[in-house]
Design a protein around this ligand. Structure first.
Ligand SMILES: C[S@@+](CC[C@H](N)C(=O)[O-])C[C@H]1O[C@@H](n2cnc3c(N)ncnc32)[C@H](O)[C@@H]1O
Length: 226
């Protein structure tokens, strides 16, 4: 997985070349020593992120045969790969990313920027009006290292994912989203609580401790907001 996902480890644009190279060496050292990276490679998984999803979904047995699952921010494909395997032959997995993703059997991939209306429309066309059972979002913007820039960008993506779930997730369905703790986080969780019967904030074991990322899981989408 690209280094840009671990907010804390990313060189800031103001870093000198030598501190940037020290930071990227540290990232590479940590990456190759990481037990989840080794486990992912041994299991033929595209990313260590699959272990986060496994922990987050297994606990509540959220994946059921025949489900329609949308995976926002899917590249390089660890989550989609996990979901596809868990669903077996049936159901649908629709994956979207601003980056290209090598094809995965049984996963419909849409290449585009989720912030663009045209890309959202393409995703809606693929859905053919069928309600979604589970919306996943692991989207994270390219981190600059400056919280005042990164946090609003991350929250904007989270707001768009929430709107998507408002429109396309079936009542009773579940929404799992990566959030970064910081400005806007508490308000976002309040918004989730108005929309879902049950909301939990989780930090899976595979999520790096120094990353401010956590996952919010809303279960039981309400037919009407509280
Ligand atoms: C942490 S990675 C996802 C890892 C993925 N869940 C996996 O298991 O392999 C975050 C992804 O969000 C994507 N992303 C960021 N901004 C996006 C946007 N505006 N539209 C679509 N994808 C975006 C990035 O390109 C990146 O691939």
């Amino acid at each position: 997985m690209a280094p840009h996902i671990a907010a804390g480890s990313v060189p800031s644009p103001r870093m000198s070349r030598s501190s940037r190279s020290k930071s990227s060496h540290r990232w590479l050292r940590e990456h190759f020593a990481d037990p989840y990276v080794k486990k992912a490679q041994a299991a033929g998984l595209r990313s260590r992120a699959a272990f986060k999803l496994e922990e987050l979904l297994e606990r509540d047995r959220l994946l059921k045969p025949g489900m329609v699952v949308v995976d926002l921010g899917a590249a390089p494909g660890g989550w989609s790969q996990y979901v596809r395997q868990a669903l077996g032959d049936g159901g649908r997995v629709l994956a979207l990313d601003i980056l290209e993703m090598p094809p995965l059997a049984g996963v419909e991939f849409l290449h585009g920027d989720f912030r663009e209306d045209a890309v959202l429309s393409e995703l809606e066309t693929l859905l053919e009006g069928r309600p979604v059972d589970l919306v996943l979002s692991d989207m994270a913007p390219n981190m600059s290292g400056m919280d005042a820039v990164d946090q609003p960008r991350a929250m904007h993506l989270a707001e768009l994912a929430l709107e998507f779930a408002d429109t396309h997730l079936r009542p009773g369905g579940a929404f799992l989203i990566k959030l970064f703790q910081g400005v806007g986080f508490d308000d976002y969780v309040r918004q989730l609580r108005r929309r879902y019967e049950k909301v939990a904030i989780r930090k899976p074991a595979a999520s790096r401790k120094r990353s401010p990322e956590v996952y919010a899981l809303g279960q039981g989408k309400l037919a009407r907001m509280k």
